[in-house]
Design a protein around this ligand. Sequence first.
Ligand SMILES: [Zn+2]
Length: 296
Amino acid sequence: MEVMRRAEGAARLGRWVLGERRIPTPCVMSWVFPGAPGGEVHVAPAWVRTSRRPLVVHHGVLRSTSLRGGGELGLLPQASARLSTFRGVVERWAEGVLALGEAHPESGVMLDGWHFPELWRRVAERFRSRCMLGIAHAGELCTKPRLLVTAVTGVRELASTGTVLYLPGVPPHFMPLLALMGVDVFDDAYAAGAALSGIYLSPAGEHHLRSLGELPCRCPECRSAGDGSRMSLRALLRHNIGVVRSMLAEVRAAMRQRRLCELAEAQANLSVEAKAALRVLYRERQDFLQRYHPVA
Ligand SMILES: [Zn+2]
């Protein structure tokens, strides 16, 4: 990707070159599944066939040494489906993905094994110049603020400037804080999961749809439902995804207006974990924040 402009901390406004397209970053990738609205850039598991473009193919969990093609960019497999996994599993993944990465030099890499820094660092160092590095289990990492800050700042420091940093499955109120740490790409997995659990996202926090009554948003889905009790799952999904896309538009605007820290602090107040992550970043990683955008 091309970095167009530096903002506060490690934040950067950029253009991600994918196939024929130039996508402004930070941005959201849209998972391809039934009922999901189309987006600017899509991501899908390797077994899904779709005509949506541009497409990033996610190869899931490491099982074999061959990958099927398709899409403009493939992401090499991660170690496991859960954050807490055995060291042996992470060691096998590190060996496997180091070999797989040699055979697929154009692929992006999903990093894993956050409890074993020497293993993820070894993989990240080898692939530091790849077009994309992803942080597996980022949604789970959001419940462990110190591990989250260590992983994101550590990978951003190792990665090349032109490497896109992708964090899947994170709640929207973490996004300004993560953009401040130099994250370029998010996805709508959290928004979709919340919809399936009947959770209505808003810039002011999360609500159980059925207890909401009048809907506080003016998007087409909310205007046509009017009341939480009349909103369908499909409408809730589209509304939630809209909230995430609006959050990223707000993040980009805040970066241009030099108020990203302000936005990150306001949104971090929505959860104890986000507040703790911001505190760890400010108190323990000032060196990281100053390195990319020194404040006189
Ligand atoms: Zn809405």
